[in-house]
Design a protein around this ligand. Structure first.
Ligand code: GLU
Length: 403
């Protein structure tokens, strides 16, 4: 029997055009080196170092023993979990939603992918505030859309104005991505600034995808606000994305969600029913348990991060060539390292922030994310969601190498 003619390339253009997640790659590299016994300290991935709350673990153990949890759940998620997510969203985002507005996803990353698949036709443009998290442009491109970056700088605390957005608007713009607190910059928008941007999006007829994953992590009086709370008319055109990964230190359990208008969420449920069916039933029950357990563990973690944020800022103030404005939220600092570029460090020429990240890993066993990954060369991102002892030791190594 003749063999079918092979395609010129095995990989579709869409997938061939994307690259590996730089954050996941660096995290994997740091974990691999540690497993080999290297004393690597990782400031790379945004992953809280706390164990998941005991209530999650207990609920999961119970679920494993319960045959009910061994089977499918509805594609949208367990009804009781959807209710708990709606209640959490009413409490924190302060928008009026019910269980029918909620889709449970495999981590917030899947909610991101679903959101763009749901909203974009080929060629539709998405405004992406830069610096941006690595996955956003790739998720837009995979959905057939076009990422359009809207640059911001330290001068405005990495916050955008309507003029910045207006400059990138075209007749093909369909979605504004809004991220506050921001990964990687930690920028948090105040209500007034948010309202101006929300009104602009409303007038321009845009959809808003609001990444709210860092909602519980704000410092020094800054506060999280959800876009549809500030501009209620936008509620019918906003998808709010969140999950248990960051707030409850449950990155590995893969439970995120999308909250939005019922028609959009219903379409996303259809999509999900073909993509993965449902999220692990055991993980959903663990997520339900933490959402019902209140905010004690979340607040304890936030207080720890608040202290580490102060510590890392103090350390970085004495690293020559680093400039680090204090970020208001998330658990990252995003210093400019322009003052280091052009130097020779440990016998190696450091021309870019990517070179610096390589030298830090190879010479000091420090894993950091180069700004290039976030569309912001000249910076590095350090997560301070790591143990205090590692934070101090890592900062000592950094100072020793660069002084
Ligand atoms: N969101 C985190 C980060 O930026 C986790 C890794 C990832 O999902 O990209 O590091």
């Amino acid at each position: 029997m003749p063999l079918a003619t092979p395609h010129a390339s095995a990989i579709s253009r869409r997938v061939a055009a994307i690259s590996e997640s730089a954050t996941m790659a660096m995290d994997a590299r740091a974990k691999e080196l540690k497993a080999r016994g290297e004393k690597v300290i990782s400031f790379a991935a945004g992953e809280p170092d706390f164990p998941s709350p005991e209530v999650a673990v207990e609920a999961a153990i119970r679920a494993c023993r319960e045959p009910r949890a061994h089977h499918y759940t509805p594609a949208a998620g367990l009804p009781e979990l959807r209710q708990a997510i709606a209640a959490k969203t009413r409490r924190d985002s302060r928008i009026q939603v019910e269980a029918e507005n909620v889709l449970v996803t495999s981590g917030t990353k899947q909610a991101v992918a679903h959101a763009f698949t749901l909203l974009l036709d080929p060629g539709d443009e998405v405004l992406i505030p830069a610096p941006y998290w690595v996955t956003f442009p790739e998720a837009v491109a995979l959905a057939g859309g076009v990422p359009v970056f809207v640059p911001s700088t330290e001068a405005t605390g990495f916050r955008l104005s309507v003029d910045d957005l207006e400059r990138q608007l075209t007749p093909r713009t369909k979605v504004l991505l809004f991220v506050s607190p921001s990964n990687p910059t930690g920028a948090v928008y105040g209500r007034d600034q948010m309202e101006v941007i929300g009104r602009w999006a409303l007038e321009r007829g845009l959809w808003v995808v609001s990444d709210e994953i860092y909602d519980r992590f704000t410092y020094d009086g800054a506060a999280f606000t959800s876009m549809p709370n500030v501009v209620p008319e936008l509620a019918s055109r906003t998808l709010c994305l969140n999950g248990v990964a960051k707030s409850y230190s449950m990155t590995g359990w893969r439970v995120g969600w999308m909250v939005g208008p019922k028609e959009a969420v219903s379409a996303a449920i259809n999509l999900q029913s073909h993509v993965c069916g449902n999220i692990s039933n055991v993980s959903q029950l663990a997520a339900l348990a933490v959402l019902e357990s209140g905010l004690e563990s979340v607040e304890a973690m936030r207080a720890t991060f608040a202290k580490r944020r102060r510590d890392i800022l103090d350390h970085l103030a004495s690293v020559p060539g680093f400039e680090c404005p204090p970020p208001d939220g998330a658990f990252y600092v995003f210093p400019s390292v322009l003052g280091v570029l052009g130097r020779t460090i440990a016998g190696r020429k450091v021309a870019t922030s990517a070179d610096l990240a390589t030298v830090l890993l190879e010479e000091a066993k420090l894993a950091v994310m180069p700004g290039e990954a976030f569309g912001a060369p000249g910076h590095i991102r350090l997560s301070y969601a790591l143990a205090d002892s590692e934070l101090h030791e890592g900062m000592d190594r950094l100072r020793r190498l660069l002084s």
